[in-house]
Design a binder for this molecule. Sequence first.
Ligand code: FUL
Length: 473
Amino acid sequence: MHPFRTVLLICLTLNTIGQGSVALAQNATPVPTAPQLVWHDTEFYLFFHFGPNTFTNVEWGHGTEPEDVFNPTNLDCDQWCRIAKQAGARGIVITAKHHDGFCLWPSKYSTHTVRESKWRNGKGDVLRELSDACRRNGLKFGVYLSPWDRNHPQYGTAAYNDVYVNTLTELLTSYGDLFEIWWDGANGEGPNGKKQVYDFHRFEEVAAKLQPNAVVFSDIGPGCRWVGNERGLILTETNWCTLDTAGFQRGLGAPSNDTLNQGNVNGAHWIPAECDVSIRPGWFYHSEEDNQVKTPETLWNIYLQSVGRGANLILNVPPDRRGRIHEQDSASLVQFGERWRKAFSNNLAKDKKVVSQRVCMFTPIKYRSALLDGNRATFENASFQNNSFVIDLGKKTEFNTVLLREAIAQGQYVQAFTVEVEGKDGWREVARSTTIGVRKILQFPEERARKIRIRFLSSKKIPALSEVEVYRI
Ligand code: FUL
C-alpha cells in the first residue's frame, strides 16, 4: 500500500526493562496463521454481487427465476479488474451463488446455472472469465457461496449438506488459488419451506483441505469475522483481532454486533474483522440507484474507519446489466484510488532511524520481509524513553497523520497510546487512541514540529511495533 515504508520493531518494557524476548517467547496470546498474515496485507478488495437479481431488480431472488433472465450483454471482467486496480484494490470476491441458488458457473450439482441460460448459448462461465482476468491483472480471487439456497430441491434436508460439500469442492478445485471464501449468515427457507441445519464443521474441513491458504469469512470465522454492520466501519477506535467463539454460531447465534465490531480483548482465537459495505444502497445493481453512488470522499472516510482501524475492507461494486461497472461507480472508485495514492505518497518518516536506548530491544522483523515492498529504512534520529519512542524528523515539518502497525505475528497488545509533538513548552498531546493492531491511521489538525512522540499508556504485554509512518494528507 505505501510505497515508502519504514520499518522498525520496537519492544518496550512498560514495567520491566530488557525482558522483551522472554515475555514474547512465553506468549500464549493468539497469533495469526501465515495465510491470515498475507490476508491482512491484502487490506482492500472489491466485492461483486452479480446474478439474476441484477436483471430482476431485487436483492433476494426467489430461486424460481427462469435461467434466461441472466443475460449480460457485454460482460467484461477485464474492465472490472482495471477499475479495481485503479481504485487500489488487491483482489475481487464474487457471488458465485447467492441465496437464489443460481450458479455463475456450470456446476454439476445444480440445474439452475449459466449453462441453462441463453447467455453465451449456455457455454459461459463467469468464474472462469473472472478468475482468468484476475490472474492476468495481478489481483487475488475469492468466492461467496451462499449456504442458503432457495432453488435447490434438497435444501432443508440432510442431503443438502452433501450437495453443498460437492458444490464447494467443485468450486475450490476449478479456479486456482482463492484468497477468501465468503459465508454469509442468512438461513431462510428453501423451496420446500424448510430451513437447513448447516454442517459447517464439514464445510470448514473441505475449505481447509482444498484451499489451505484461503481465509474463510463468516460471522465467527474461522479466518476472519463479520464486523457487525454493513456500513463498512469499525465504529470506535478499538478493534481486537481476537474473538471468543465458544457457544456461538453463524447467523442468529452470532456474538453481538458490538462484540463483532470490537472483538474480545482476551479472545481465544485470532479472527480479525472484515468490513463489508456497498458503494450503492443495494448489494445488487439497480438503475434507480445510479445517482446514489458513494462519493470518493465517503469512500475515503470508510477507508479510514476500516483499514485505518486495522480491519480489511471489502467494497461491493455491483456490475450492471451489461456486465460492466457502471460509469458512476468507476468514476468514484478511480478518484478514490487517486486520493489514496496521493495521501500515502510521501512518508515523512522515511529514512529516519530509531536509536534504541537501554530500555528497548531492536530486532529486524523477519516475518514481514517477504511482504514489504523494498524500501526499508530505520529510524536513526529517534530516541526511546521508558514507554515511548520519539521520531526526529530532522527539521520542523508539517504533518497531520500517523500510521502505526503492531508486529502482529507475535500477537496484539497495545490498549492505549498517545501521539505527542514537541513544542516550545515541551510535549503536547495531539491524538489519543486505544488499539493499534494490524494498523492504525490517526489523523489530527495539522501540526508543525520536528519531533513526534508515541507514548504507550497501556498494553497487555510488551508492545512491538513493526512500522511507523508520518504524512501530511
Ligand atoms: C448478506 C446477504 O443476505 C446479502 O444479500 C448480501 O449478500 C450481504 C453481503 O450478505 O448476508
